[in-house]
Design a binder for this molecule. Sequence first.
Ligand code: 3HC
Ligand code: NAI
Length: 699
Amino acid sequence: MTNPVSYSLVDDIGVISINNPPVNALSHAVRSGLLEAIEAAGRDDSRAIVIQCEGRTFIAGADITEFGKQPLDPWLPQVVDAIEACPKPVVAALHGTALGGGFEVALGSHYRIALESARVGLPEVKLGLLPGAGGTQRTPRLAGARTALDLMTSGTPVPASTALETGLIDRIVAGDLPAAAIDYARELADRASGCRRTSELASPDEDAQLFADYRAELSKKARGQLAPQKIVDCVEAACRLPFAEGSAVEREAFAECMASPQSAGLRHMFFAERAAARVDGLPRNTALRDIRRVGVIGAGTMGSGIAMNFANAGLEVSLLEVDDEALKRGLKTIEKNYAGGVKRGKMSEAQAAETRARISGTTDYASLAGAELIVEAVFENLELKKDIFAKLDEIAKPGAILATNTSYQDVNEIAAVTGRPEDVIGLHFFSPAHIMKLLEVVRADKTADDVLATCMKLSKAIRKIPVVSGVCYGFIGNRMLKGYGREANLCLIEGGTPETIDAAMQGWGMAMGPMRVFDLAGLDVGYKARQGLPEAERGDPRAFAIPDALVEMGRLGQKSGAGLYSYDPETRDYRFDDESKALIEAQAGKLGIERRDIAADEIVDRLIYALINEGMHIVEEGIAQRPSDIDVVYVYGYGFPAWRGGPMFYADAVGLATVYERICEFRERFGSDNWEPAPLLERLAKENRSLADWADSRD
Ligand code: 3HC
Ligand code: NAI
């Protein structure tokens, strides 16, 4: 194996160069090479040293693939300490993204120079960790406790300019970074600036209130999470203790986080997200279709947000509506959303105006004839969608991709009305479409490989996380939601209240409890869908008695001011009122249900195990390519806590045998109509295997 770290002398300056594609992660070989090189450079004739990276970025962190395995010497803290101890000035030359352990290498260096486009950060918290190579101790010494806390608890990288302002780096250059870094190192040697060791800087003086405020804020913002609180402990230690003692606090906290199930879940999500972008069996070199102009049909809730995604990515968008009035409404929503973005500091007035100008409105299908991609987002009605696709078949140019944003309808049936089913695909965005990260890419039976590959690539351009789904009712996400929603409603009629059910689920980690979600989405949506079905297909009547009764009395959810909860029209504050309480009790009485107290753990198990059970069907049927794709759908589309790793990872963490037994218990108590263990779950539980093991055995 070639050494990823090389060392050379450029006249009087020693240059250590790291080359470990794709992101120069600090693998064991890089750590060893770096330690060897810094020691050699410390001994030779060089007057100062530069540490730089080849390729697209400076070191982007520790090698995450090595986490959870036996750690090998040298550890990163040893390497960073050796860099700092070097008797000659060491300059880190940063480009791309200097992240995590990579930025800690830079903090161990005596000086930092960065390309103006570089970003630096300590994103460990996103992996359920904290900086473990001195970052929690050196950052506050350079930039103060508050900046350090912001950087580490958010995990969000900052641009070089901000890093310069806060004292995290020393110089910014445009153009030739390697040459500028060598010049800087020589200048430091000439000036006899010496080695400026961050660990020797005085601790910042911070009063205890800052840490108390931070802890309180994080207990709300990062509810239930270990790493953010531990970061505060470490930064407080940096302010109170000498460097060596603060480092010991960091070491212990890092080890605790690394061993936590939360970090295991978040690390799983890191790789799951990247795996989801890969389509099994699709040749890597599949030629892509060129997309520059996009048509969007329907400017309602979804269409307006979908149009914004493409405009934000620099594409020209034609937005089509039935008439001028509907069009005006849609364009107004878009204006409002961009104005909101400006107000929140997401973009400047000028950027918003320029982006907004890429969206033009139309009521004429002929305006879509030049589009390479057309996304339909009209009412959820199969016949209407088929009519539209038949029309698109007439007007769209050859090779245009025809996509539907349907939530439930059969994409094969929609494709079949065209003479070009190979060009048809589902692109299922989530609401609000310009914000939510998830995109289900629905591969119909005849969807061409290049159509799928183009949509996967395009999703990255519009900053979405794509997950491929096969065709079935509700695809991955909404199909799984059915059992979850059913159990939430059953818990409600059996004895829960909107408050106890939401508290149980939010306490467990869901971003929003199911009752608030129902109110937000509108109880009338499910009501209308049920009315369209024959009675026998509507499901368990006990599960929809309450929502149906609420709709029939005009309580549709947030939009009508009341649903399961009632809402303050000004503040949107919500409360469980007497009318809702009486209605719930009356419906239970009507169905002869004797209400009982339901414990939070029963609520959680029923809702989450219903999700898992359906997920098992979905992986076995091949609707999802792999179990981890389901985790990505739930974390990015449905507010499932990332630190639990998604429902399928969680099932493995609990143990499939335990999940299976609990589902069997529910079958005993509640009947097999709602609770029949999925065959794959039963098989793996009996074989004492995990889902991850099953997925690996198929590769
Ligand atoms: N370790 C191992 N592999 C990594 C990695 C890392 N730190 N960072 C990225 N990769 C891999 C990805 O898995 C991906 O592999 P694949 O092509 O096989 O799927 C490949 O590198 C490219 O990554 P992306 O697709 O994410 O490329 P982007 O250009 O979109 O993003 C990035 C680049 C901003 C560097 C992004 O990859 C990233 O955020 N990486 C993680 C950074 C991070 O969390 N660093 C901290 C690690 S923890 C740490 O350092 C602990 C220390 O304090 C002790
Ligand atoms: P909506 O009712 O807000 O908007 C639909 C728009 O389509 C309306 O503005 C209507 O005027 C327009 N329209 C109807 N017929 C048309 C035609 N023939 N030509 C052009 N425009 C026409 O509906 P929403 O919520 O935006 O849903 C649209 C689609 O997106 C549906 O298929 C829905 O299932 C799906 N979806 C909805 C989500 C949501 O949370 N609202 C989430 C994901 C998908």
